[in-house]
Design a binder for this molecule. Structure first.
Ligand SMILES: *Cc1c(COP(=O)(O)O)cnc(C)c1O
Length: 393
């Protein structure tokens, strides 16, 4: 690993928080004789559902699989339109293409960068079937307004909750509603199973999704091979291979127990960043609306390039030169070549998403960052922001 100018290893963007406990749990699962989806996966579903207050839960090999199964379970396909945000990871929109539906992007709100309910309302057509809000950076989208729009036009809501574990909107946890909601346990997310996801929602819909998640078999492998199981099975639908293994579930159970402590560490880091940056005229800190609790998956700082005399890309390069790994969330969907060309989009079709994209820098954030890592990030950001401002003055 190359060292930064001060001789220290770089501060990673989102290092996973894995300790001896996780190593012990996964080792135990390896020794148990059951490797694929089995008792640990079921236990993980139960404990997860209990934690977020979900009606039911289904663990999968990714959040992407959860979003895909959600669309399939709602029967969404060719001829249908699905409304979502351009400020998301490609997976949210790719799954709409996978089922043959049309992705209708709408702009975001300037403070939270979450999908704008008014923009949703303006883009509902006779073909619209669903809305996929993404709780960007861990801050819940305006679910009351989105719910009202969905009800008045008879639309489904599928929540992309990849960033929002644990988060709440007006006291209700994301995942506790009957909306199909997909969480991610990818390596950089608030808790991880290396790769993995969880779909929550109504039990009946999830049972259908469960069948689709394992080849369309009418029974899952645990029932087939377990005590009292039968060799006979039926394929009622050509399903997918989306199940989560017990090894991953063992890791997930352990991370779930540590989640509350991860979150208090994240909040502490966020407070330190905001204290350090909020009075700087060239920097704009993320905000939280009063009626929500954010999961603080990301700390998205926005810079004022005209005030600090440097553009976003140079800002990130300067952080990199100081041993700080920053990132950008996200390259807007409508500027990726596939979506740009298919839907004939121009960058300023969604001016708020586009203008904010040009100013955003995600700073390192993880429960695994040390106090000294956080101090180094703060020092580097202030150094880059004020040095260049000093030059311009
Ligand atoms: C990470 C992420 C996903 C995909 O999660 P996987 O578990 O890797 O499939 C989907 N949506 C958003 C917004 C994400 O950040």
């Amino acid at each position: 690993m190359p060292l930064s100018p001060n001789g220290l290893p770089p501060v990673q963007f989102a290092p996973p928080a894995i300790g001896d406990e996780e190593i012990r749990e996964v080792t135990e699962a390896l020794r148990s004789g059951w490797l694929t989806s089995g008792p640990k996966a079921r236990q993980f579903e139960d404990e997860f559902a209990e934690m977020v207050g979900a009606p039911a839960a289904l663990c999968l090999n990714s959040c992407t699989a959860g979003l895909h199964l959600a669309l399939l379970s709602m029967g969404i396909g060719p001829g249908d339109e699905v409304i979502t945000t351009p400020l998301t990871f490609a997976a949210t929109v790719n799954v709409i293409e996978h089922v043959g539906a049309t992705a209708v992007l709408v702009d975001v709100e300037p403070d939270t960068l979450n999908i704008d309910p008014c923009a949703i309302e303006r883009n509902v057509s006779s073909r619209t079937r669903a809305i996929i809000p993404v709780h960007y950076a861990g801050h819940p989208a305006e679910m009351d307004s989105i719910q009202i729009i969905a009800e008045s036009h008879n639309l489904s809501i599928i929540e992309d909750a990849a960033h929002s574990l644990p988060a709440s909107f007006r006291g209700s946890m994301v995942g506790s509603s009957t909306n199909l909601t997909a969480f991610s346990f990818y390596a950089t997310k608030n808790m991880t199973t290396a790769e993995g996801g969880m779909l929550t929602g109504e039990r009946e819909l999830l049972e259908h999704a469960r069948e689709l998640s394992l080849h369309g078999l009418s029974r899952n492998a645990w029932n087939r091979y377990g005590v009292g199981g039968k060799w006979r099975y039926d394929v009622g639908v050509p399903g997918y291979k989306y199940n989560m293994s017990d090894l991953q579930a063992a890791l997930g159970l352990c991370q779930l127990r540590r989640l509350a402590s991860f979150q208090s560490r994240r909040r502490k880091i966020v407070r330190k960043y905001t204290e350090a940056f909020s009075s700087h005229p060239g920097l704009q800190c993320p905000v939280v609306r009063p009626h929500v609790e954010s999961a603080w998956h990301l700390y998205v700082l926005r810079i004022h390039p005209e005030r600090i005399g440097v553009d976003r890309d140079t800002f990130i390069q300067e952080l990199d030169a100081r041993g700080i790994c920053a990132s950008v969330h996200f390259v807007p969907i409508h500027t990726h070549s596939y979506y740009r060309d298919k839907y004939h989009h121009k960058p300023d079709d969604f001016p708020i998403a586009w203008e904010n994209y040009l100013r955003m820098v995600s700073l390192p954030l993880s429960a695994a960052l040390t106090d000294s890592d956080v101090d180094r990030v703060i020092e580097a950001v202030l150094d880059v922001a004020s040095k260049i401002r000093g030059m311009a003055a």
